[in-house]
Design a protein around this ligand. Structure first.
Ligand code: PSU
Ligand code: MN
Length: 301
C-alpha cells in the first residue's frame, strides 16, 4: 500500500465493491473560483455525482497525505484557506515531504486517482498550450500527465486563454484521444464552439465506456479527453469572452506573471472583470460534466 495515500472509507468501500467512483480536483476550488461559490459548487458537484449513481472522491493533499475523498469541512477549508499550494506534478514531492496542504491540478489529481484505482475524473477545463507558447514554452503538465496515466478526463473543452489549436496538436502528438460528446465541434469551455472540429465524436456514455475499455485492454495506457459542451442556456459567445481574455493576458504581461501563477491569475482576472455570467456558466458546465462523468463511470463497471 502507498504510505502517502489516505482513501476515505466510503470511497474505499465503493472501490472494493466495484461501484462507480468519480475523482474531482481541488485546484478549481482553491485557485479557480471565488469563495463561497467555490465550496457551494464543490458540494453541488459531489451531489450530482451521487444522483447519477457514483461515489464522488475529491482529491487534495493534507498534511503531506494524498486524500481521496474529502469531508464537507475539508472542502470548506480548501475553499477558504489562502495559503494552500497549487500542486501540479512537479510540486508533489515537496508538498508531501514538507507535510503541507495542497490543492491538486488536473495532472496531480489524475496521478493520485490512478494510484487509488479510480478511472474517471471530472473537471471544468484542463491546462494546455498557452498562447505564445512558441516563445514562452508554457505548456501545462496536464498534457504530459495525460500521455502517461490511464484515466478519462471529463472537461468542457479548453478555455481560450490557451491556444486551442496548439493544444489539440499536442494531444495528437501524445496519442491522447479527444472525444467531443454529442457534437462535431470541439467546445471552448464557456462556448459550445471553438472553430475547431473535434478529432472524434461519441454520443453515449456506453460508447465512451466501450472505447475506454478497448483502449486500456489494448495496452494504450494514456488518458482520454472528453469535451462535454456547456449547456446551451448558459453558453457565452466566444466574442464576448475574448474581450476579457485579451485584457487578462495584457494584465498578466504587464505584471510579469510567470510559471504556475499564470493560469490562476488569468482565471481570477476573468472572474473579476466579466460579470457573474461567466461564473454561472462555469458552475453549470461543471455540474453537467459531473453528470456525464458519473454516467461514464457507471457504464464502465
Ligand atoms: N483551467 C480552468 N480552470 C481551472 C484550471 C484550468 O478553466 O481551475 C486549473 C486546473 O486545476 C488545471 C490547472 O489543472 O489550472 C492548470 O494549471 P497550469 O496551466 O499551471 O498547468
Ligand atoms: Mn504553465
Amino acid at each position: 500500500m502507498n504510505p502517502f495515500l489516505e482513501i476515505h472509507p466510503e470511497v474505499k468501500q465503493a472501490l472494493a465493491n466495484g461501484k462507480a467512483v468519480v475523482a474531482l480536483e481541488s485546484t478549481i476550488i482553491s485557485h479557480g473560483m471565488p469563495y463561497p461559490k467555490n465550496v457551494e459548487t464543490a458540494l453541488a458537484v459531489e451531489q450530482v455525482v451521487r444522483e447519477n449513481g457514483a461515489i464522488p472522491a475529491t482529491i487534495a493533499i493534507m498534511n503531506g497525505k494524498c486524500r481521496v475523498g474529502l469531508t464537507k469541512e475539508q472542502l470548506e477549508y480548501f475553499g477558504k484557506a489562502k495559503d494552500v499550494w497549487k500542486v501540479s506534478l512537479r510540486d508533489m514531492p515537496y508538498v508531501i515531504s514538507q507535510k503541507l496542504y495542497g490543492a491538486t491540478t488536473v495532472a496531480a489529481t489524475m496521478r493520485i486517482a490512478d494510484m487509488a484505482g479510480i478511472k474517471v475524473f471530472v473537471t471544468g477545463g484542463i491546462g494546455g498550450v498557452h498562447r505564445g507558447a512558441e516563445t514562452s514554452m508554457d505548456i501545462s503538465a496536464d498534457l504530459t500527465e495525460m500521455a502517461q496515466t490511464p484515466v478519462v478526463v471529463v472537461s468542457a473543452g479548453v478555455k481560450s486563454i490557451l491556444d486551442i489549436g496548439l493544444t489539440l496538436e499536442y494531444l495528437e502528438t501524445k496519442g491522447i484521444p479527444v472525444i467531443t460528446y454529442g457534437q462535431h465541434e470541439f467546445p471552448s469551455f464557456y462556448s459550445r464552439k471553438s472553430g475547431f472540429t473535434s478529432p472524434l465524436r461519441l454520443d453515449t456514455p456506453a460508447a465512451i465506456a466501450d472505447l475506454l475499455s478497448t483502449k486500456w485492454k489494448f495496452g494504450l495506457n494514456s488518458a482520454v479527453l472528453i469535451a462535454n459542451p456547456v449547456p446551451a442556456e448558459q453558453e457565452i459567445a466566444s466574442e464576448e469572452m475574448e474581450v476579457h481574455i485579451l485584457q487578462a493576458l495584457a494584465a498578466a504581461k504587464e505584471k510579469n506573471i510567470s510559471g504556475k501563477e499564470v493560469t490562476p491569475f488569468l482565471l481570477q482576472y476573468i472572474a473579476e472583470h466579466s460579470n457573474g455570467e461567466s461564473l454561472e456558466a462555469n458552475i453549470a458546465l461543471i455540474k453537467h460534466n459531473a453528470k456525464v462523468g458519473a454516467e461514464i463511470a457507471v457504464a464502465l463497471n
